[in-house]
Design a protein around this ligand. Structure first.
Ligand code: C6P
Length: 409
């Protein structure tokens, strides 16, 4: 159960070298590698089908439109949206959350209103709300974490009241791996008439997700963390919510009619997709969900639990190493952040890089969380379907080597 090592053959980059060593790619929370099935789908689209969508009266443009809308239908099926129209293609998770913050927040927030977030949040689910708060006079409040790195929902008692109009939270942390208490926060939002917004950048790629079953209002995720290309993501919302969302961007493709002073909007989802969309990227996104469906999301999750458990077990053997995040793998995903004695994470990443091991070092776009952890930065190893235990062993050996190089006693 959980052995997906045969998939590695589908990923050309995994048989390349970095700094004279076989590449050990442990940065899948930043972006995943792409299988030939995705690469071929995008290449094939450009070779045989390329035209602009929703405009052309000629056969090729109809084919391109079918490819683009077909990809939407695949993404909708993947997350169990009620209809493909509930999937709005965006540039990525960040753009999807901005679309909600501007499209909903500017209209529905005012002085004294609150946006309730958690201390886990990526900047993508903080900064857009700060900008909208500056325009509207709303303020941001944050749910703390427990000592075990979970969202402390017991603090809802003091923070949740009628002033809260938006509850925004991560479905899975890109730093601690923590899985968010989605159902509980969705219910909390509903109880005060607030909307709930899930940053699912790390969640949709790593576990089965049924957006209708989550009981939330909006879900944002991107293709590039789930084997697809960069430059495309999705915003999901049920139709009655999307109908109350204003377009955050204007331009071609999103209008029904344009007058000199006013315009009217195209149908959903097109009103939220101003300009020429990322068409080949949508095709690649569709190919990525085909690939993940063939693997099966339950198998993806089982593999992740297995490799994360192995990583936590092996990392615990490295003296002076601190891991940040839940120890119970059922409560977390495969992003494992750590520090080693007082070695700066950037120095650590450089040593690992010399041995062909790619990890991320820094604050991982979570400055408030790192301040809470009381460290300026962490190193992070993160896994995906193609990660194998042997790579964890190489990481651990390289960390031992780093201890020697830096003279950690
Ligand atoms: N996290 C990481 O290395 P974009 O950049 O729009 O594709 O995704 C933003 C984003 C939002 N939420 C979470 C939880 C994320 O992890 C990310 C992207 C990358 O952790 C790049 S900072």
């Amino acid at each position: 159960m959980g052995d997906l090592s045969h998939l590695r053959d589908d990923f050309p980059i995994l048989s390349t070298e970095m700094n004279g060593h076989p590449l050990v790619y442990l940065d899948s929370a930043a972006t995943t590698q792409k299988p030939v099935q995705v690469l071929d789908a995008m290449d094939g689209y450009y070779r045989t089908t390329n035209a602009n969508v929703h405009r052309g009266a000629y056969a090729l443009a109809v084919e391109a439109t079918d490819a683009y809308e077909g990809a939407r239908a695949k993404v909708a099926r993947f997350v169990n949206a009620a209809t493909p129209a509930e999937i709005v293609f965006t540039r990525g998770t960040t753009t999807a959350i901005n679309a909600i913050a501007y499209g909903w927040g500017l209209d529905h927030l005012g002085p004294g209103d609150r946006v309730l977030l958690t201390m886990l949040e990526h900047h993508a689910n903080v900064v857009p709300w700060q900008i909208v708060a500056r325009h509207t006079g709303a303020e941001l409040v944050y749910l703390p974490l427990t000592d075990g790195y979970l969202v402390d929902t017991s603090a809802l008692d003091g923070l949740l009241d009628e002033r809260v109009k938006v509850v925004g939270f991560s479905g899975m942390s890109n730093v601690l791996g923590t899985i968010g208490p989605v159902a509980e926060l969705a219910a909390a939002a509903r109880s005060v008439g607030a909307i709930s917004v899930v940053d699912a950048a790390q969640m949709v790629p790593h576990m089965p997700v049924d957006v209708q079953a989550l009981g939330v209002d909006f879900v944002a995720f991107g293709a590039h963390k789930m084997l697809g290309p960069t430059g495309i993501g999705a915003l999901w919302g049920p139709m009655d919510r999307l109908e109350r969302l204003e377009p955050a961007e204007g331009g071609g493709e999103m209008i029904l009619d344009v007058g000199l002073q006013e315009s009217t909007w195209a149908d959903i989802p097109h009103r939220f997709e101003a300009g020429t969309p990322p068409i080949a990227e949508a095709v690649g996104f569709g190919a990525a969900v085909d690939y993940l469906e063939a693997v099966g999301m339950a198998a993806v999750r089982a593999h992740e639990e297995q490799i994360t458990a192995y990583a936590l077990e092996r990392l615990a053997t490295v003296p002076d190493l601190t891991v940040y995040g839940p120890s119970d793998v059922s409560a977390r995903g495969g992003a494992v952040s750590f520090t080693l004695a007082d070695i700066h994470p950037h120095d650590l990443a450089t040593i690992l890089d010399q041995q062909g091991i790619a990890v991320r070092a820094g604050h991982h776009c979570t400055r408030p969380l790192h301040r809470l952890l009381d460290v300026p930065a962490t190193a992070r190893a993160s896994f995906y379907v193609y990660s194998v235990p042997g790579e964890v062993d190489l990481l651990v050996a390289a960390l031992e080597e780093a201890r020697r190089i830096f003279g950690v006693a």
